[in-house]
Design a protein around this ligand. Structure first.
Ligand code: MG
Length: 256
């Protein structure tokens, strides 16, 4: 009897001791519901009188390279800035922000190639909390006619918030993001007092409606909060092989 009990115990222990499968990036990618396609109207773009202009089409004075805070090296020409394919990586604002209203315009080149996540991939990190892709990403992608997981298409809070609609314009056309960011508030011990919220209009159409974030964006695994106070805004150089994407007319209004 004792031997039998021991054998049973050993079997049970062995069953429970099996290590859980390692998390995969596919675990957090969902394909439904597919946001309805909505054709946008014309969108405005001039900065209002009280805005801080972050990119005026002429210089990258307001931006640094994320990884070492050296001057940003994206290419500025014809009033727009374009991801530098020859290195440098992500760039972010010199200034840090808490709660704000942000306007960003972006364009996927007409001759874009690739598919899925490798087609015009970039991102607006609503708070850049560290080097690389650390922070909270509003996805930028060509989602005009390009299937991917819906919580990773343009207008998504990457791997958290499926956009309410798909108002993408064609590659080669300018698109607008108008964002209201409410920063998370943390307790002394780093726990979350109130979460972050994002409201996003994409080409004038609401795609995130006071969306409550679950934490910072992760490619693999579940989002998690890490205490911060104020943070720069970061633009992603995703490193795709296709032609790089461009930005213009970026401005922000601090919300006290
Ligand atoms: Mg991205």
């Amino acid at each position: 009897m004792r031997i039998l009990t021991l054998a049973l115990l050993a079997t049970t222990t062995a069953l429970y001791a099996q290590a859980p499968a390692a998390p995969k990036h596919q675990d957090t990618e969902v394909y439904e519901p597919v946001p309805p396609i909505v054709t946008p109207g014309a969108t405005p773009f001039a900065p209002p009188s009280d805005a801080i202009v972050l990119f005026d089409g002429k210089s990258l004075d307001q931006w640094v390279t994320t990884k070492d805070k050296s001057p940003a090296t994206w290419v500025v020409a014809d009033g727009i800035m374009t991801v530098n394919k020859n290195g440098g990586g992500n760039i972010e604002t010199k200034r840090s922000f808490k709660n704000y209203q942000l306007h960003v315009e972006w364009r996927v080149p007409t001759n874009i190639t690739g598919s899925d996540q490798a087609r015009g991939n970039s991102g607006v990190f609503l708070a850049s909390t560290g080097i690389g892709d650390a922070g909270y990403e509003l996805q930028v992608l060509d989602s005009y006619n390009n299937k991917t997981y819906v919580n990773g298409q343009a207008g998504s809070i990457y791997k958290q918030g499926i956009p309410l609609a798909n108002p993408n314009r064609k590659p080669g056309e300018w698109q607008t993001y108008d964002i209201v960011w409410t920063a998370p508030i943390f307790n002394e011990d780093g726990s979350v007092k109130t979460p972050a919220y994002a409201t996003v209009l994409f080409n004038g159409i609401i795609v995130q409606n006071h969306f409550e974030l679950k934490g910072e964006t992760l490619y693999i695994g579940q989002p998690v909060y890490k205490k911060y106070d104020t943070a720069p805004i970061k633009l992603q150089a995703h490193g795709d092989k296709s032609e790089p994407i461009s930005f213009r007319n970026i401005w922000i209004r601090d919300l006290k």
